[in-house]
Write a protein that binds this ligand. Structure first.
Ligand code: GTP
Ligand code: SPV
Ligand code: MN
Length: 590
């Protein structure tokens, strides 16, 4: 036992009595214990060791082929009332849900070991951090939680001996039956239950389940925010760093933006980019009145396909050691890994993500799953911010929203003010991706990139955003929207994206500092085309102008879509947002 905290001990006893494991192992976080678990997982085939010279400390894992992404239709917010979960979440009464779950958990760990994982979301010692305890029957979960969180006995020090303020997470792989897969959140009880899955976002309960769904609910009650946002710092040649948060839906470019390599024109002047986080931000008003952010995570659970030395060298270098690869190609010639978009040399003698023989030189099937992932420690990242472990976090100058929109949204625009910025976030829409089960490429509303992650009524969530703006007053970050994904008539992306996105971020920071001009349009402020630096880029000013066009017809149609979306919230929709929609319509018809 690693703690004397009676609340923890009592809950773990209850979980043991329910799941009836043969053994219980408390995870202290020591390298010795972790190494023994790695060896055990390798001996049972749960994980495979990779080439220890080329990829030291790296492991490969395959999930069940029916279990490769988050499952939004099996994810529930079991608030005390349906209204508290709101119109965008699946809801079930907590008691009814427990009546379904309890028999499934009863004896589910017979013949197995239960691992008790204490972890901190956020740096140990930070007032912004929060503790969770996850019990699981999966070594894969333990080893991933080690990378993604501050795991082990220090988390119990952070919790203290008497506190009851920890998130209880119960996970069992059971038999991976998709029909019996449940990812359930009980916000009022600080607890999460996950069963019949072994895939990242469904089972690493510190991540989406706690750090977004439960934490967003806690944030509303406690006056802070938990958001699906990256955090990056841009250092100017004088050594000053300004920080930006950006919310994009799953697989829409957060990891890539967070680790971007500055284009030559900026690099040669001495600009640098630093990564604080790539997926989740916890935001709080600081003593100085500004908004401060921490990344509650300790690693990156990143999309593998498309990651290469050109698109994201920092991510690739981050995965060169002590990384877990999930559902990628196994190159049997040298025991390394491969995925689509890594390079133009797919291996000939390989196993695909399902473990079947695969010849990349002839196969027409993809070798890696589109949602294959790497789990890599933040400390490996060549551009990790020196503030990464700062318990205060970093002060935020700008908040950026964005999604995949083939046509409607321009490359970048700025909101008129905070409330209009909340409107801009609330009307976000994006094409769906492989990060969640279901159709890919379908446009849906995804406010603030939080549709799958808001742990309470999204109408109340919008109101909370508006309240935060009132508290922050003139110290509030400026709010922007970007779209890297506009396509031409043949469906090709027009904007080069990746490192070149910094050209847009520079305009954003200039706007925050009052250094750049703007053009007022119906939807917000846009840059003057000449204010986006295109030096060294093979892109004409006319193409840039096209990227900045706002088609009133498309926007009128979009406004109807927003109207329909807003209607779901009934009187939970803040009046302010309806006013913003009406003003947008007025401006569009002028
Ligand atoms: P989650 O981890 O699911 O939350 O995703 P994420 O938002 O971190 O997405 P990520 O950065 O992993 O990018 C996902 C996909 O988008 C990858 O296939 C990238 O290659 C692609 N992508 C990222 N940035 C850009 C960009 O600027 N332009 C284009 N065209 N594609 C991009
Ligand atoms: C996402 O889907 O937004 C992810 C991956 O970051 S998961 O952890 O599976 O949610
Ligand atoms: Mn994500």
């Amino acid at each position: 036992m690693l703690t004397n905290n009676k609340n923890v001990l009592k809950w773990v006893d209850e979980m043991v009595a329910l799941c009836k494991p043969d053994n219980v192992v408390w995870i202290d976080g020591s390298e010795e214990q972790l190494q023994a678990l790695r060896e055990e997982a390798i001996s049972t085939g749960e994980m495979e060791a990779l080439n220890n010279e080329k990829l030291p400390g790296c492991l490969l894992h395959r999930t069940d082929p029916t279990d490769v992404a988050r499952v939004e239709d099996r994810t529930f917010i079991c608030s005390n009332t349906k209204e508290n979960a709101g119109p965008t979440n699946n809801w079930k009464d907590p008691e009814e849900m427990w009546a379904i779950l309890e028999p499934m958990y009863n004896g589910v760990m017979k013949g197995k070991t239960m691992y008790v994982i204490p972890y901190s979301m956020g740096p140990i010692g930070s007032k912004m951090s929060k503790v969770g305890v996850e019990v699981t029957d999966s070594i894969y979960v333990v080893l991933n939680m080690d990378i993604m969180t501050r795991m082990g006995k220090d988390a119990f020090v952070q919790l203290g001996d008497t506190s009851n303020d920890f998130v209880r997470g119960l996970h069992a792989k059971a038999d991976l039956d998709p029909e019996k897969r449940y990812i359930c959140h009980f916000p009022e009880k600080n607890s999460i239950c996950s069963i019949n899955s072994g895939y990242g976002g469904n089972v690493l309960l510190g991540k989406k389940c706690f750090a977004l769904r439960i934490a967003s609910y806690q944030g509303k009650n406690e006056g802070w925010m938990a958001e699906h946002m990256l955090i990056l710092g841009i250092e100017n040649p004088q050594g000053e760093v300004k920080y930006i948060c950006a919310a994009f839906p799953s697989a829409c470019g957060k990891t890539n933006l967070a680790m971007l390599i500055p284009p030559e024109i900026y690099a040669k002047q001495g600009y640098k980019v630093w990564t604080v986080g790539d997926d989740i931000a916890w935001l709080r008003q600081g003593d100085d009145g500004r908004l401060w952010a921490i990344n509650p995570e300790n690693g990156f659970f990143g999309v593998a396909p498309g990651t290469n030395l050109k698109s994201n060298p920092n991510a690739l270098h981050t995965t060169e050691r002590d990384t877990i690869f999930t559902n990628v190609v196994h190159n049997l010639d040298d025991d390394t890994v491969w995925w689509e978009g890594l390079d133009k040399n797919p291996p000939k003698h390989a196993l695909d993500w399902k473990g079947n023989p695969w010849d990349g030189t002839t196969s027409t099937e993809k070798g890696a799953h589109p949602n294959s992932r790497f789990t890599a420690p933040a400390r490996n990242c060549p551009c990790i911010s020196k503030e990464f472990n700062n318990p205060q976090g970093v002060p935020i100058s700008a908040i950026v929203f964005g999604g995949r929109r083939a046509k409607t949204a321009p490359l970048v625009y700025q909101s008129f003010d905070w409330a209009h910025g909340v409107f801009v976030g609330s009307i976000m829409a994006s094409e769906t991706t492989a990060a969640a089960a279901g159709a890919v490429g379908v446009v849906r509303r995804d406010p603030m990139a939080m549709l799958p992650f808001c742990g309470y009524n999204m109408g109340d969530y919008f109101a909370h955003w508006l309240e935060m703006g009132e508290k922050l007053g003139d110290k509030a970050p400026k709010i922007f929207n970007v779209n890297w994904f506009r396509t031409d008539d043949e469906g090709h992306f027009i904007w080069p994206g990746f490192g070149d996105n910094m050209r847009v971020l520079m305009w954003i920071l200039d706007r925050c500092e009052g250094k750049a001009d703007a053009v007022e349009t119906a939807i917000g402020y846009e840059p003057k085309p000449e204010d986006i630096n295109l030096e060294g880029l093979n892109l004409s000013i006319d193409t840039l102008k096209e990227l900045l066009t706002v088609d009133p017809q498309l926007w009128k149609e979009d406004a109807d879509g927003i109207e329909a979306f807003y209607a779901k919230f009934g009187d939970k929709l803040p009046a302010k947002l309806r006013e913003e929609l009406n003003s947008l319509k007025d401006r569009l018809s002028k």
